[in-house]
Design a protein around this ligand. Sequence first.
Ligand code: NAD
Ligand code: TDX
Length: 350
Amino acid sequence: MRILVTGGAGFIGSALVRRLIDHSDHEVMVYDKLTYAGVLSSLAPVAESGRYSFVQADICDAAAVAAAMADFRPQIIAHLAAESHVDRSIDGPGEFVQTNVVGTFVMLQQALGYYRDLEREARAAFRFHHISTDEVFGSLGDEGFFTETTSYDPRSPYSASKASSDHLVRAWGHTYGLPVLVTNCSNNYGPYHFPEKLIPLIIIRALNGEPLPVYGDGTNVRDWLFVDDHARALQAVFEKGTPGETYNVGGNAERRNIDVVRAICAELDRLKPREDGKPYADQITYVTDRPGHDQRYAIDATKIRDDLGWTPAQTFEQGIGMTVRWYLENQAWWQDILDDRYATQRLGVG
Ligand code: NAD
Ligand code: TDX
């Protein structure tokens, strides 16, 4: 099949593309604006594949979206392009509304026009798969899990923009008959994760001998999923999922932030001890909390397991070990990003 992946130069998009090239016969076109978060070197492993092509353009540019669809003739659109970092959405929400809401609207309109022009058989196979987050459901207390029917309660500019885009996608399914799929996934982690996010930020700052910032009291809980497991889930959904359905995707690995940071420090102590022999955990520093910081996210992923046979392959301990080793062995990938002025300013490094 031909699969158009928006946001394919990002963290999850690039993992999906690497998986599709390595583990399937699908052809892939990446459509990506290459914002600060788009990293072409994350696609280097597939660059020489004859089944991969790349278009640099904005999802808000309707003509460019239409041209990519007309040129590539996708059977699947996997829509991952988004502004994704909660802290940036607090500092500057405008770009989140533009890309996540308006950009998704443009994608839907262009996909609908393209879909309506397809032959009957091609129409039956076509899917628009929107990739979203568990943050649309809001924040949990100590008990309970998000299911596919949990009411939306987004609380940050990021999650509000993703919730809006989810609603648009479902509306285009109900009203216009576009065969849409929606997945809402928990926190991903793994190789090629942009250094502003908690796990890579902690690894890199630990290695650089810098303070390790933990927001608030560090008791906020996230459910962590290894990114390759998410890529497998996405493939299962667009290959086998039922149009109109939503699937929650989770790692069954709830951890408090402070425990995540300690686990990374322990792994580094084992793999690359500090020169002074002291533990990396000595660098942990509690800092001012994120405004409106959601306390706990947890996913009930029973539906995707029962309907599509997907479960995560990696435990958190295996995944964090692989991730720390990857950052130790791929310093050139993240050093290039740190050397970029915009990313560096935001990371407070240098
Ligand atoms: P990311 O920030 O690493 O990558 C986003 C990609 O989209 C980048 O390559 C960027 O250049 C591109 N992009 C941004 N604006 C664009 C625009 N206007 N036009 C075209 N391309 C644009 O994000 P990620 O972590 O890989 O997340 C991918 C998707 O998955 C997002 O929709 C996000 O909301 C969702 N998601 C992420 C997580 C997570 O833990 N990271 C969890 C659940 C869902
Ligand atoms: O320096 C930090 N210190 C800290 O304590 C950073 C960057 C984060 N945190 C905390 C905030 C969160 O509770 O760690 C947790 C994880 O933070 P992020 O990595 O920023 O992720 P989060 O806000 O949970 O959102 C992520 O998962 C869901 C992605 O960025 C979203 O795109 C996805 O939808």
